[in-house]
Design a protein around this ligand. Structure first.
Ligand SMILES: [Ca+2]
Ligand SMILES: [Ca+2]
Length: 99
């Protein structure tokens, strides 16, 4: 399995990110849109903030753990997110059946 997509959305004052996990259905090591979503994957995710614009994402951060749904998606929310640039990183990805 692999990280297919990390998407971003403003939700009022909050920053909502969605991580999508998929299998490599045909085992060729290449991500494809036709690959199946992975349910029940555990995703460790960290959001880091560059609020002063110096290009260094060390001004604040939040870490989350979540489990993907039947669409292979899990949402993480930074409530009342400060303004600035954000970096999202999947720090660990585990599942009972997939590597
Ligand atoms: Ca493939
Ligand atoms: Ca900074």
């Amino acid at each position: 399995m692999y990280v297919w997509e990390i998407s971003w959305k403003e939700a009022g004052p909050h920053l909502k990110t969605t991580v999508t996990i998929k299998t490599d259905s045909d085992g060729d090591g290449v991500a494809e849109s036709s690959d199946d979503p992975v349910e029940d994957a555990t995703v460790d995710f960290t959001l880091s903030l560059d609020s002063d614009g110096d290009g260094s994402y060390d001004d604040d951060n939040q870490s989350y753990t979540g489990t993907t749904n039947s669409k292979g998606q899990v949402e993480f929310m930074w409530k009342h997110a400060p303004s600035g640039d954000y970096k999202g990183e999947v720090t660990d990805l585990t599942h009972s059946s997939y590597d």
